[in-house]
Write a protein that binds this ligand. Sequence first.
Ligand code: COA
Length: 379
Amino acid sequence: MTEELIHRPGLKNVVAADSAICFIDGEQGVLRYRGYDIQELAEHSTFEETAYLLHYGELPAREELERFSDELRTQRALPEGALAVLRELPPESPPMDVLRTVTSVLAHFDPEAPDDSEEANRRKSARLIARFPTILAAFHRLREGRDPLPPKEDLSHAANFLYMLSGDPPDELSARVFDVCLVLHADHGFNASTFSARVTASTLSDIYSAITSAVGTLKGPLHGGANIRVLEMLQEIGSVERVREHVEGMIARKERIWGLGHRVYKTKDPRAFALEKLIVELARVRGESPLYRIAREVEKVGTELLGGKGIYPNVDFYSAVVYDMLGIPHDLFTPIFAVSRVAGWTAHVVEQYRANVLMRPRAQYTGPDRREYVPLEQR
Ligand code: COA
């Protein structure tokens, strides 16, 4: 029996599996993790609590949160073998490549790597979540010719990352703003990197392989790599006065305005509103960011010219400005996305294993019809 083939380039609007983790309404601009609105989580939750919620489906009771936070806290340090690999990598390596490589390396130093039970996968998830910040901070310090700092167990996940990067414990506002950024980026349904993790998991390959696939997928500028492009674009525009001419020029040349447009949202991304609030809070203490003024003008002109096509700011548009205001090195913007999203990726991988179906679409063949083989001497 021949089954009917459905041709949807880019799998647009194709539902590939059930998932109880994340709800998105792209028309109304709604995003919920496990039923909780993202705006409420941004206001009241922490990254640790959100990661627990994504994994276990419920907000933790105090003791559950303490146990989970302790698990993360105590797993932050990298195995010596992973540190040795970090020391060998060329200092000019793109940090996303470093993260991809070291994610894979971690499997070699995890005695539980071959254990595919759900309990072991939860523990491996916690280790991955705990260690992503350590990998990046260690690489950043090594490339600056400094020794990596051991993680501080008395700091939150967000604060410890900022500490390990700079060497100074962050002020309260920076730690909280960064924590909210981690909450906002922690999951987003079947985005390309999560899907890629689930495709790998669907072959019953291991969780380290799945997360390595995800990091590689997030790197691309149409996905997580957009935030650094946004920053470069805003810097290139340079002033509010130049925005219209620049944006019109990009559209005329059929270029993408970085940070605008989304496969699912046809309105402004709800996370962009939350990020703007953070920018305003930071500006109250540190003064306004000139990049924010340019970004707002890009949003205004972009909406005027592209809003008819449902193109509005996505999460990467304002996250670039927030990270810049926090003084984070620019080439760490995309890896920071991974520091947060690894919570969602791992939750999705565990969910995939629970009700696994091999992910394997078909291609529309567009090559030549059958032809006779021509021996080498006759070609
Ligand atoms: N700037 C200018 N035009 C854009 C655009 C952007 N950022 N995003 C989409 N478009 C246009 C396309 O040119 C296309 O126009 P056309 O129909 O006249 O050919 C139309 O909108 C649909 O775009 P398409 O690429 O088919 O939609 P998609 O669902 O595949 O794209 C993105 C989604 C995210 C890949 C796309 O919006 C994009 O490239 N954005 C910039 C990169 C970015 O910020 N990525 C981060 C996403 S969170």
